[in-house]
Design a binder for this molecule. Sequence first.
Ligand code: NAD
Ligand code: UDX
Length: 462
Amino acid sequence: MTVKNICCIGAGYVGGPTMAVIALKNPTIAVNVVDINPERIAAWQTDELPIYEPGLLDVVKEARGRNLFFSTNIEKGIREADIIFISVNTPTKTYGIGKGRAADLRFVELCARQIAEVSTSNKIVVEKSTLPVRTAQAINTILSETGSGVKFQVLSNPEFLAEGTAIKDLFAPDRVLIGGDQTPEGLEAIEALTSVYASWVPRERIIQTKLWSSELSKLTANAFLAQRISSINSISALCEATGADVDEVAYAIGTDTRIGSKFLKSSVGFGGSCFQKDILNLVYLCEFFGLPEVAAYWQQVIALNDYQKRRFAMNIIQTLFNTVSGKKIAMLGWAFKKDTNDTRESAAIYVSDYLLNDMAKVHVYDPQVPAKAMYADLDCLGTRNPEHNRELLTVVADPYEVCKDAHAITIITEWDEFKTYDWQRIYDNMMKPAFIFDGRNILDHKKLMDIGFKVKAIGKSY
Ligand code: NAD
Ligand code: UDX
C-alpha cells in the first residue's frame, strides 16, 4: 500500500512536532493536522507556534503549505486519509471509577467514534497517544460496529520524544515502535506505517511487535525512566544526611555500563505531562489485573517524587529560620524542564504552593512561560482562591529584578541562561544572609559561596 494522505487528530506537543517531521521527510505525503481548538490551529499557521521547542519552527516553515496543513476541519481530514493518527491528550481521570489514577480515554473514544462515523474508505488508525494496554481492543470494537463496510486496522505507535529535544529525538530516534495484529491485514498495515518512518529512520531501528506489547512498552519505558530519577533522588536525601555528594555518586555508578549515566540527575523532582500520569495508569492497571504487589512497587516512584518536592520546600522554610511569612522568595524557572514552555506537573507548582501556604511572597521569572500559565497552574491546585494566588505570587519579566531584595533564590528549572548571570550583582542587591536553593545543581556552588551566598543544593551538604 502506498501512503498518500495522513491525518493527525490532536495538534499538541506530540501531534504538532511529530507530524511536522513526518511531512518534512515525506514530501509526497499530504499531512493534515486537525484539532478542536481553533486558537491552537491558528497559532500553528503563524510563526508564533503554540509550543516552544528548539528547531521546530524551521521544520514547520519548510513543510507548511507544501504538504503540511493545520485545520479544524476534522471530518475532512479523516475522510481523505489513508492513515489516521490519534494524538489527543489522555490525562489522569478526575472523576468516577479510577479517579486520580486511570487514564481518561474519553477524548480517544470520541476520535474513534468520529472516525467510524465519517469514514468512507478503508483506514489504518494509529494510537499515537499513550494508552493503557488493550485500548486497541476498545477502539476496534467501536470501529467495527459502523455497518458501512469500511475496514479498519488499529496499530499502536507510541511516541518517545522528550520535550525540549523533540526535533532531535524525532530526527534520530533510538527506535520507532509499531504494534499491530499478527494477521495478513495487520502485518500489511504495520508495513505501510513502517514505510512512512523508513524515509529517514534506519529499518533496524523500527521495531514491529504485537499490539499489546507495543501499548505496554510505552508505559513501561516511562516508568523505568522515572524510577531512575526517584532512585537517585532517594539517594540525594541520604547524601545530604551523610556528606556524600549526589553528583559524584551518580557519576561513579553511571560509569558502570550496566547502569549507564543517563537519567541520573538528581533534582527537585520530575515533572511533565507523562511520568506521573503514566505510572499512575500502570499502577491502576496492575490493581485491575489483581497484582497489588506490582502496583505498590511502582506507586513508590510517585511517592518518592512527592517527597522530594516537599523536602525541597521544607528545607527552604526551615533554613529561613522556620518561616517564610512575608519574605520575598525569588523563583527562577517555572517550566518542568529547560527548552520548553510546558508547565504540566512542574515541581514549581508544588514548591510555590508550599511556600505560599507559609505566607511567602513568591516572585517568579521564567524565560518562556507566560504569567497566565503560572496562575492557571496554581488555580488548578485549588489550595486558595485565584485572587489570593495573584496577591501572593508575582511574575516578573527580568531575572535581576526578580532577585532584588529577595531573602532567597530557588532554582527550579535548569535553563542554561541561569548559569550566565552576573551573580555578584544579584548578591549585592539581595537581603542578607542571601540564600540560594539549587534544585537542579546547575550553578557553580563554590563561586557562589566565594561571593557570599549561603548555598543549599539537592544531595549536597555545604
Ligand atoms: P496536548 O494536550 O498538548 O495535545 C492534545 C491535543 O488534542 C489538544 O490540542 C486538544 O485540543 C486535542 N484534542 C482533544 N480531543 C480532541 C478531539 N476529539 N478532536 C480533535 N482534537 C482533540 O497533549 P500532548 O502532550 O500532545 O499528548 C498527547 C498524547 O501523547 C498523550 O497521550 C500523551 O501521554 C502522549 N505523549 C506525550 C508526550 C509529551 O512529551 N508531551 C510524549 C509522548 C507521548
Ligand atoms: C518523557 C520521556 O523522556 C519521553 O521518552 C516520553 O516520550 C515522554 O516523557 P519528558 O517528560 O518530555 O519526556 O521529559 P524528560 O526529559 O523525560 O524529563 C521529565 C522530567 O524529569 C523533567 O522534569 C526533568 O527535569 C526530570 N529529570 C530528567 C530529572 O529530574 N533528572 C534526570 O536525570 C532526567
